[in-house]
Design a protein around this ligand. Structure first.
Ligand code: AMP
Length: 283
């Protein structure tokens, strides 16, 4: 496994692999790795010959007052985990390597970037799209792996690839959860003991919506109110949104049935903001 810090080194190493006819996969991350990230690495390894993982806490996707400084960083532990997973290249640029001091051009995520997470975090998806487009340009992967945990991000990246004709296939991977249902996230490390228990409320709310949908409740508002009720019952939790949306447009649905539906929640547990989502099967 190689750790590379510059764009040129990555371009050169991937270029050599390409000339040998290797299929290249990219897994973008912000580090503080957990089993969710490692599931992406495993999926990437199964479908490619060279796995590149980027570990970069991207400053441009954090808003003022968000947790950029406090975001957990433990590169040595990440490297050990990635070595055990058989990763080929770990790209660890600094912000100075990634961004020119006078950088101006960014990728506009469009309407998809303005709802849900985008409504609470206005420049977040422009930051995500820009860094992902840059990583695609630097690495030039055949395949790129993203988690359904960040469902809106996955949808926006797929849309960006389509709209900008980027020559990469985006692969979505299922959310990896703790035993009690909490979606794995680097931000779970912020939670105190009580908060960690309260944090199961996201999955409990989503499961409530899923159960109603399976019981043929078709009114999306009923599902949304049920999710809010579950979250409101948890004293340490404060709901940001609890929505049933069309899986592709992410616009709120009135009724289930037309197109595939997704329940999505964002909840504050103390000062930690967590998100999660679940597909709603209509039988
Ligand atoms: P992050 O380091 O949080 O930016 O995440 C890097 C990638 O890992 C993104 O594509 C995430 O969607 C994905 N990811 C994060 N948590 C999970 C999880 N619990 N299960 C599956 N994928 C995840």
């Amino acid at each position: 496994m190689e750790r590379l810090g510059s764009k040129d080194e990555v371009r050169q190493a991937v270029g050599e692999a390409r000339r040998e006819g290797k299929r290249v996969a990219l897994v973008p991350t912000m580090g503080a790795l957990h089993d969710g990230h490692l599931s992406l690495v495993e999926a990437a390894r199964e479908r490619s010959d060279l796995v590149v993982i980027s570990v970069f806490v991207n400053p441009t996707q954090f808003g003022p007052g968000e947790d950029f400084e406090a975001y957990p960083r433990d590169l040595q532990r990440d490297m050990d985990l990635l070595y055990a997973e058989g990763v080929d290249i770990v790209f660890t640029p600094t912000p100075e390597v990634m961004y020119a001091p006078d950088a101006q051009v960014t990728v506009d995520p469009g309407l998809l970037g303005s709802v849900l997470e985008g409504a609470s975090r206005p420049k977040h998806f422009a930051g995500v799209c820009t860094v992902v487009a840059k990583l695609f340009s630097i690495v030039g992967p055949d395949l790129a792996f993203f988690g359904e945990k960040d469902f809106q991000q996955l949808g926006i990246v797929k849309r960006m690839v389509l709209d900008l004709d980027l020559p990469v296939k985006v692969v979505g991977c299922p959310t990896v959860r703790e035993c009690d249902g909490l979606a794995m996230s680097s931000r779970n490390a912020y939670l105190s003991g009580d908060e960690r228990e309260a944090a199961t409320v996201l999955y409990r709310a989503l499961c409530r919506a899923e159960k109603l949908a399976l019981g043929r409740e078709g009114d999306a508002r009923v599902l949304q109110e049920a999710m809010r009720e579950v979250i409101d019952a948890e004293s340490l939790a404060e709901v940001d949104y609890a929505i049933v949306a069309d899986e592709t447009t992410l616009q709120p649905l009135e009724r289930l049935g037309a197109g595939r539906a997704r329940a999505l929640v964002a909840v504050r547990i103390g000062s930690t903001r967590l998100i999660d989502n679940l597909a709603l099967e209509v039988v």
